[in-house]
Design a protein around this ligand. Structure first.
Ligand SMILES: Nc1ncnc2c1ncn2[C@@H]1O[C@H](COP(=O)(O)OP(=O)(O)OP(=O)(O)O)[C@@H](O)[C@H]1O
Ligand SMILES: O=C(O)[C@H](O)[C@@H](O)[C@H](O)[C@H](O)CO
Length: 172
């Protein structure tokens, strides 16, 4: 089982992913830790990443999940995973290991206003609130054939973790 907490910057991915890790003890990674410094510098300067900036990063994350999957370990990651094609990359390496391995996306979804307030209240993070609009413009919702769940990001973190665990428990 591999859970990807997805959504735009400030949507609550880290909060939910950490809650899932507390409950399950699954191996955890923040996608931000996989960005090359050039990507972090770009975002810090308020410049949105391009597809070209994101592909190697997404492939590294997919490989990381599959390495753990191959050892029989479950994982939880945070990753914006904004486009369908990005999620296709994230799923691919684990899927190649065969049936029985799942990558479940948990999309933290909500209004720009609530997210902007959260970003403005947050200290010490490289991602400026000014990039929120480009994140929203880039976001493609989960499609019906994708294994995942859409969550209302205004719910309490414990409720969000309950929903993720319920969708993980449901076979696909
Ligand atoms: N369910 C929630 N209810 C209320 N506040 C929340 C909730 N989830 C997260 N927050 C707050 O919103 C802010 C952003 O959350 P968080 O860092 O988890 O988002 P993120 O999607 O991981 O952001 P980024 O992608 O920029 O790292 C934090 O200050 C966090 O405490
Ligand atoms: O795809 C992207 O543009 C990036 O992943 C961003 O979403 C940030 O890394 C993240 O949201 C900040 O923590």
């Amino acid at each position: 089982m591999h859970v990807v907490a997805m959504g735009v910057s400030g949507s609550g991915k880290s909060t939910v992913a950490e809650g899932v890790v507390e409950r399950t003890g699954w191996v955890f990674a923040e996608a931000d830790a996989f960005h090359p410094q050039a990507n972090i510098d770009k975002m810090s300067q308020g410049v949105p990443l391009t597809d070209e900036d994101r592909w190697p990063w997404l492939h590294d994350l997919a490989a990381w999940m599959a390495e753990h999957a191959a050892r029989g370990e479950d994982t939880v990651i945070t990753c914006s995973a904004l486009k369908r094609t990005y999620r296709d990359v994230l799923r691919a390496d684990v899927a190649a290991l065969g049936a029985g391995h799942r990558v479940v996306f948990a999309h933290l979804d909500g209004s720009a206003e609530v997210i902007a307030e959260r970003l403005e209240g947050r200290q010490g993070h490289f991602m400026p609130a000014s990039l929120l609009q480009s994140q929203i413009d880039t976001l493609e919702d989960l499609e019906p054939d994708e294994d995942g769940v859409v969550l209302d990001l205004t719910a309490a973190p414990e409720v969000l973790v309950d929903r993720v665990m319920a969708s993980v428990a449901t076979g696909r």
